[in-house]
Write a protein that binds this ligand. Structure first.
Ligand SMILES: *Cc1c(COP(=O)(O)O)cnc(C)c1O
Length: 470
């Protein structure tokens, strides 16, 4: 039987000559199609060798070509795909953080498809610097004398330390030696930037005298790091930036603050917890402030640097700046986003991150309630869905302990656990990412605008919600 089955398999050349394959060859290159044929024939041979029963129809040219067509077209499906963010974390690092404002999307599209004056001075007709486009905007928005931009905030910290303190000591409080998700650790980034970490104080309390006593002739920088993803509460003491600046001035040592999720506007005026303002750190006298472009700022991934002219220009001239520079798509998106802060009548509407954070509770509840009927029927028997009070988070380390009231759909099942339900939702098209709280599976509607986004679409019966028969 095996021997006969082998003989029934077509040759690759016969498959290639088939009119259906010719149609594939208009779209795909020949090697890709040939490899697809070989892979399928190999798979069939393996099945035959293992002596498993093969349906003779599967060995027909037509069946193999059908397999080939679906293989080639789905293999082309991008790994990076749309998902529905129902986690309630607005700036979810694993889901790409901030969604860009429409103006930024338009700017990216133009820069991606047309030549642009990225590094070209239109007045002089000569080479310019790409960062200039956003530097002026950053200066106006933060009150800083100078500014620059690199690929992300981790790069900004690395570059600033390397520029200001290479081979020298940098003093940091032990309470600020943070780790951010994705392997960003202050001690490690300091080591890689070539500076020597001098930690002072204790985990919960650091005093100005701790910094003062650690200063020597090798000290090049006083560093303050915003403990963006956690808070120490209780018996705590930290030195405020103003005091650190005063100490630095006395000893002629610059002060840098890594804000992480620095805000450009006071978020408390939208009823949100107050996130440190970049402008405040500049006003207090920090020599350098670093922050992210895609956290509460709501723009593209970028590391923004604002501060004093002499420090910023040294950072811009560091050869590492060239290695860490932004691409044109980032510059385009960042310019458009920053301009909104200066020009928009309503940034809470125009910047999606702020729009989601400032969304009225009634709006969120309305979306959740409207999703219920379709959701219940997509899930079928055994499931219960209801809208309940929950809390959203800003995400990306911003405002870690401050939770924002929201409305979420709670999905329960007679015997399926929350993790199983979450897994099924991840298999939907597009995948729906919810959150588990106290063994309940939740879909937070804060970042959902179309109720149908919360209704899973399972193309394959096997992917559906029905549990296997006991
Ligand atoms: C997020 C964060 C970083 C890293 O910023 P990326 O833009 O993710 O590179 C650095 N420091 C602090 C304090 C942060 O919160």
């Amino acid at each position: 039987m095996g021997h006969d089955a082998f003989r029934e398999l077509p040759a690759v050349s016969r498959l290639l000559a088939h009119p259906r394959t010719e149609r594939l060859l208009v779209r795909f290159n020949r090697e890709y199609v040939v490899q697809g044929c070989r892979d399928i024939l190999d798979e069939l041979r393996r099945v035959i060798t293992q002596g498993r029963a093969v349906d003779p129809a599967e060995l027909q040219d037509e069946a193999i070509l059908t397999r080939l067509e679906s293989r080639l077209t789905t293999a082309g499906d991008a790994r990076l795909q749309r998902v529905v963010n129902a986690t309630g974390t607005v700036l979810h690092t694993n889901l790409g953080r901030a969604l860009l404002p429409q103006a930024a999307v338009d700017a990216v599209l133009q820069a991606a498809t047309q030549p642009v004056n990225l590094e070209y001075d239109l007045v002089q007709g000569q080479r310019g610097r790409r960062e200039e486009i956003v530097e002026d905007l950053l200066m106006r928005l933060t009150g800083a004398e100078a500014a620059t931009v690199v690929n992300n905030n981790a790069a900004a910290v690395l570059l600033a330390l390397n520029t200001m303190a290479y081979g020298k000591d940098v003093i940091v409080s032990r309470g600020e030696l943070i780790e951010i998700g994705g392997a960003f650790r202050i001690p490690e980034i300091m080591a890689r930037s070539g500076v020597v970490l001098k930690e002072v104080g204790t985990t919960n309390r650091t005093h100005l005298s701790d910094y003062e006593e650690a200063i020597t002739e090798r000290t090049a920088l006083l560093l303050k790091v915003h403990t963006s993803n956690y808070r120490i509460v209780g018996f705590v003491a930290e030195v405020v930036l103003a005091d650190l600046v005063a100490l630095g001035r006395t000893h002629g040592i610059p002060v840098m603050e890594d804000l992480g999720s620095g805000a450009l506007v006071d978020l408390s005026r939208y009823g949100l917890p107050k996130e440190p303002l970049v402008g405040d750190s500049i006003a207090v006298g920090a020599d350098i402030v670093t922050f992210s472009g895609d956290k509460v700022l709501g723009g593209p991934q970028a590391g923004l640097v604002a501060g004093r002219t002499d420090r910023v220009s040294a950072i811009s001239r560091n050869p590492l700046h060239r290695a860490l520079r932004c691409g044109k798509l980032t510059i385009a998106a960042l310019e458009a986003t920053l301009r909104l802060y200066l020009e928009s009548a309503s940034i809470a509407d125009d910047i999606p991150a702020l729009r989601a954070l400032t969304r009225p509770l009634a709006d969120i509840e309305d979306v959740a309630r409207r999703a219920l009927p379709a959701l219940a029927s997509a899930l079928g028997p055994g499931f219960r869905v209801s809208v309940q009070d929950a809390t959203s988070q800003t995400g990306s380390g911003a405002l870690p302990t401050d939770e924002i009231p929201t409305k979420a759909i709670v999905i329960e099942h007679d015997f399926l656990g929350a993790h199983r339900i979450a897994g099924r939702f991840r298999q939907a098209h597009p995948p729906i990412i919810g959150r588990i709280r106290d063994d309940w599976f939740l879909l937070d509607a804060r970042t959902i605008w179309d109720p149908l986004d919360l209704v899973p679409n399972w193309t394959d019966e096997l992917e559906g919600p029905a549990p296997p028969r006991p």
